[in-house]
Design a protein around this ligand. Structure first.
Ligand code: UD1
Ligand code: CA
Length: 462
């Protein structure tokens, strides 16, 4: 049986109070609508139609590269009208049509699959996926008579008797393509001035067609995002389930509500994650690592037994086994930190290779540098890699000792085993095993203070 999917995403999302279309608000690293599409893609639909509004350019751009037909709903006249806009692309289509709201990002592919199967097995013209919500919030209430579904009433239109009904509409429907013809029978709802897709249920019932409502999956899957409060709740539920998965796999997570772990990330056993840690993109973290509070790690590869101390930011970098980074370090793209290396507080590293066991423990900027093994970089050392026009490389060979507060004006090389005296501005290469020094020699002027320093200082000095 072939399957066509319609995703409704033309709504204005007014309740979000946002300039961004609702379905593009990010949730766990990707837009809401991408979550919905990722749930329907495993069902291998022959056609996927996304209904957008005339300002939906940003939605199209966000979904570029996916095999999607965009249907434009000219005026926001409700969900029934939105499906009609999509149905124009299905005139010659025969098979099952699965309709989902673009604002229900927690949909699970498995539940959709079961639902579509049940729809086919039961030979229903119109099937809808319902769930039990307590309280029923603003979801449409499922009306049943003698157990058989007869209609859906929206929260705003429900009578005092209907309001307490806990079986509600998920916004997921499966229909035979022929049932799309019923769309034109939907009458405008006077209270809201919209054509409700939900009315298709009572219309089909009245036509004597077979209709069913199925309670499949868990209520959490069908949460619709209408407000920022809903977005926050959906994010929390996703983060919790991802964190639970990693805990089952042997990762310690101290506060699962405060950590963010991208679904694409990997974390090794016996790694400990403190509160407030964000692990983004395709980051891979090895075994036995400790990631202290408030670190953000994006698209990085981290070896085993690595320590990342508090409030460190790392992007597109590789950290080798037993290295230690932070607190308050900034590791920028194309950086490779070698085994057992130590990067300390307030150190920024960009596009550099730090060799095995090398250390930059305090207050440094290292950019476009090739640092060998066993190097010690003193506090406050800066690679001056930019001349205002181009970036230049600094090479620091194995075993070098760079004294504190050194400026290395690139391009420059400090040869193997050399020393650089503290406070130097190094503009020329330092040969291996040499001492590079470029500071003026110190002079002491005896008795200067009583002669020249201001009166108040003179007293204190004594
Ligand atoms: C809808 C259902 C409700 C159900 C709930 C599930 C209707 C009338 N009500 O309510 O029974 O419990 O979903 O989450 O269908 N959209 C368009 N064009 C429009 C209006 C909406 O494409 O003119 C899209 C929206 O972008 C959204 C979806 O349809 O993705 C649902 O619209 P929304 O306004 O959020 O409906 P709900 O009030 O949540
Ligand atoms: Ca909604």
């Amino acid at each position: 049986m072939s399957l066509a999917v319609i995703v409704l995403a033309a709504g204005l999302g007014t309740r979000m109070k946002s300039e961004t279309p609702k379905v593009l608000h990010p949730l766990l690293g990707k837009p809401i609508i991408n979550h919905v599409l990722d749930a329907v893609t495993p069902l291998n639909p022959a056609k996927t139609i996304v209904v957008v509004n005339p300002q939906g350019e940003t939605v199209r751009t966000a979904l570029a590269g996916r095999n999607i037909t965009f249907a434009v709903q000219k005026k926001m006249k409700g969900t029934g009208d939105a499906v009609r806009a999509a149905a124009r692309f299905l005139r010659t289509y025969s098979g099952t049509v699965l309709i989902v709201n673009g604002d229900t990002p927690l949909l699970a592919a498995e539940s959709l699959r079961r639902f579509v199967k049940l729809h086919a097995v039961r030979r229903e013209s119109v099937s809808l996926l319902s769930f039990l919500a307590d309280p029923p919030h603003e979801y449409g209430r499922i009306l049943r008579k003698d157990g058989q579904v007869v209609g859906i009433v929206e929260n705003r239109d429900a009578t005092a008797e209907q309001l307490p009904i806990r079986e509600v509409n998920s916004g997921v429907y499966a229909m035979k393509s022929e049932a799309l013809a019923l769309l034109k029978r939907i009458r405008i709802n006077v209270s809201k001035g919209e054509y409700y897709l939900t009315d298709i249920v009572s219309i089909a019932v009245r036509q004597g067609l077979k209709v069913g409502a199925h309670l499949i999956g868990s209520a959490g899957e069908y949460a619709g995002i209408n407000t920022r409060e809903d977005l926050c709740a959906a994010g929390l539920s996703l983060r919790r389930s991802i964190a639970s998965g990693w805990m089952l796999n042997g990762v310690t997570i101290m506060d699962r509500d405060s950590v963010f772990i991208d679904p694409a990330a990997q974390i090794g056993r016996d790694t400990i994650i403190y509160p407030g840690v964000h692990i983004e993109g395709k980051t891979v973290v090895g075994d036995h690592c400790v990631i202290y509070p408030n670190c953000r790690i994006s698209n990085c590869t981290i070896g085993n037994a690595v320590t990342i101390k508090d409030s460190t930011v790392m992007e597109d970098a590789v950290i080798s086994d037993h290295a230690s980074v932070g607190p308050f370090a900034h590791i920028r793209p194309a950086t490779l930190i070698g085994e057992k290396a130590k990067i300390g507080n307030f150190v920024e590293i960009k596009k550099s290779h730090i060799g095995t066991g090398s250390k930059a423990s305090h207050l440094s900027y290292i950019g476009d540098a090739e640092v060998g093994a066993g190097v010690n970089i003193g506090a406050g050392t800066i690679t001056c890699n930019y001349d205002g026009l181009n970036k230049h490389a600094t090479v620091i060979e194995d075993g070098v000792f760079i004294g504190s507060d050194t400026q290395l004006v690139a391009p420059v090389t400090v040869g193997k085993g050399a020393y650089v005296g503290a406070g130097s501005t190094i503009t020329k290469d330092v040969p291996p095993l040499a001492l590079g020094l470029s500071r003026t020699s110190q002079i002491n002027i005896e008795g200067w203070v009583p002669r020249h320093a201001p009166r108040n200082r003179r007293k204190k000095g004594r």
